[in-house]
Design a protein around this ligand. Sequence first.
Ligand code: SF4
Ligand code: SF4
Length: 302
Amino acid sequence: MSSSLSPCIKSAIRREAAALGAFRTGFALAEPVDDRAARQYADWLDSGANAGMDWMRRHELLRRDPRLLLPGARTLIVMVFPYRQPDGCHHPHIADYALGRDYHAVLRERLTRLARFIFSRTGAISRACVDTAPLPERYWAVRAGVGFTGLNGQLYVPGAGSGFFIGTLITTLPLAPDEPVENGCLRCGACLRACPGGALSATGLDARRCLSYLTIEHRGPLPDGVRLGNRIYGCDVCARVCPLNAVAPPAPLPEFAPSSEVMALDRRAILEMTTGQYRRLFSHSAIRRAPLSQLRRNASHH
Ligand code: SF4
Ligand code: SF4
């Protein structure tokens, strides 16, 4: 395998990724994250802002070096796939990203096809990562020149907003990295001011106050004083108020079209849902991340 193949195979990989639905694809060297990012993450953990997500601390060392996730790794190929719905109005609130099919399965299938393509052309092996491996995906998306992060912590693709899932292939194929793009966050603070939980600050997200974390990840009773409003699963406020999202989003992958049954759910339907209905309705949905008891907890908590 020679890096002299790089320009040609890079173009071929980009084309293949686009054919698989990637809106943008970038390349980064597989190497440890820089000291600044590692320190910021350690400080963030030390502040307790990861709330009950203990796995974040357990995997801290793994997150620092993608080569630990695939021996012989040389390159990260980072792709973004659009999901954002143009009108996104539904009640009670379920996060835009969870209205269609589970992105883990959808992206994994596409990334696996790209991994096979790379293997067939070069013999290189690859590992697909979709939000479950200990990999700081937004950091690598920035390093690979796919986008930049806003004050709200979201990844933005220049001119296309933040409505994207990130999928990454770690591969043993050596490829030239892409240049990062300029950070286009306006630093207007609209996301910080609008956050209903007061979870955002210049130092980042405090998951203990984030209604997305509390509705999806937090088990057991909600902390005193938390107001969910109409939120059942997630919270899109910091993305919706952002002027960088006042663009026509690219068409979502067909699998992410909202399920009419999910869109039709109301508070009462959730409170009265049986286990069988929950399993059937959410068998291919990211909403399974929250058990039925938790959806009911959210539906009965205003
Ligand atoms: S709302 Fe303003 S500060 Fe927040 S991410 Fe968007 S542009 Fe940046
Ligand atoms: S998801 Fe909602 S609660 Fe969490 S940081 Fe964004 S606006 Fe705040």
